[in-house]
Design a protein. Sequence first.
Length: 66
Amino acid sequence: MVRLLVASLEALASSGQVDAACRLAGQACAGLRHSDPRGWSRLNALLHRLARHAPLVGSNVSREAG
């Protein structure tokens, strides 16, 4: 199930919805933290990868361009 979620969040981010993908990944991480450490680790890694592409807070400029 975690693989499906990761693939879905990657697709969401690829469609330009990086912020939404980050928020959902963060929520999933919180939900899995104690019950599925391996799933948490995968989602945490995804969240950190996506965060590099997320817009800066209060800006429409991505971290890559900043």
